[in-house]
Ligand binder design. Sequence first.
Ligand code: NAD
Ligand code: TYD
Length: 378
Amino acid sequence: MKRTLIITGGAGFIGSHVVRLFVNKYPEYRIINLDKLTYAGNLANLKDIEDKPNYKFVKMDICDFEGVLKLMQDEKVDGVIHLAAESHVDRSIKDPFTFAKTNVMGTLTLLQAAKLTWEALPEKYEGKRFYHISTDEVYGALEITDPAGVEPPFTTKASSGRHHLAYGTAFFTEDLKYQPHSPYSAAKASSDHFVRAYHDTYGLPVVVTNCSNNYGPYQFPEKLIPLFINNIRHGKPLPVYGRGENVRDWLYVEDHARAIDLIFHKGKVAETYNIGGFNEWKNIDLIKVLIRTVDRLLGNPEGTSDHLITYVTDRAGHDLRYAIDSTKLQKELGWEPSLQFEEGIEKTVRWYLDNQAWMDNVTSGDYQKYYDDMYLNR
Ligand code: NAD
Ligand code: TYD
């Protein structure tokens, strides 16, 4: 079936993996990557597919109502996969207004443009889909618990025999009340409510997913994993917030992209699906794995970079533990993570070490010129 999809935020970390997957897997679809190219958007993330005939890039702000509406109408768009957002918690603490504008008003703008475009068609919402990508951070924070007198993490086996690491017995399930704490998660929570309101009020065919922390290639080096890999490589301090006791559930980004593909095509309208790695790590333990892996791959003796660990003032309102229960997605659509963490982290560290030019480009800001060279000056 031919389809025309807008993927917003396709030049960002997760978005670039989703765009690549859809462009390669569905040559019969037209994929429009709509991205404003903020500091986090980098077209070099998509170099390998930028000349494919079914791919088009449009530089646009999701808050530009006239622009988005015209694009949707002109291109006869029948699906939206919405990833564009301001995504870094530390930035949201310094500049909450930008987060409200992009994450809330930008999402509302896309919803209204989709509604007006689709309502005007004879078939209306038939065959249409608005897929909103959200985060587990909207659920707030969980406790670290030790019910059996066993020191966490508990290791259990997921159904396929994979390890499941957990720091407590409570998990985020789809029916939990939203309790966001940071300006980032508050803005994402608000956008999720607008998406559901557009279904309940106007019948817009929406689906929402809430995912845990992603890791993998092309992540902007302000987030923990790429920042620390780069710092270890260059012998720079590793700023560990608080005591490094906070727990995150890590998922390899290509597994998230696979889940998005599945849910876009097979997920039920108006449903929410949680996506997670069944893979909880205390920050300090994860940092030690990163140090060991980078040192080994660089040929440094074990322990070379241990001294880089530097405990710094904790993040304001730092959520203690995130842990997703993605049983619903597993049972209803058969998805589960494909990579065990050890394998995923090895691949990730290798990628950053092998792609120092990408890292230098991003950290120097030079990549911002890429768009002009690629699209304006040719
Ligand atoms: P990212 O910051 O790497 O990329 C965001 C992209 O959105 C960039 O390309 C940026 O240029 C674009 N963008 C920002 N503001 C825009 C605007 N006003 N108009 C158009 N484009 C704009 O983010 P990411 O980590 O890839 O996250 C993508 C989505 O997934 C976000 O909605 C985020 O909330 C969600 N999410 C991320 C994670 C994670 O671990 N990274 C986990 C769960 C959910
Ligand atoms: P981050 O990658 O910013 O993702 P999120 O805040 O969305 O979970 O941070 C992951 C964890 O690592 C989080 O508990 C904060 C911590 N952290 C540090 O200790 N030092 C750092 O420099 C960064 C960026 C994060």
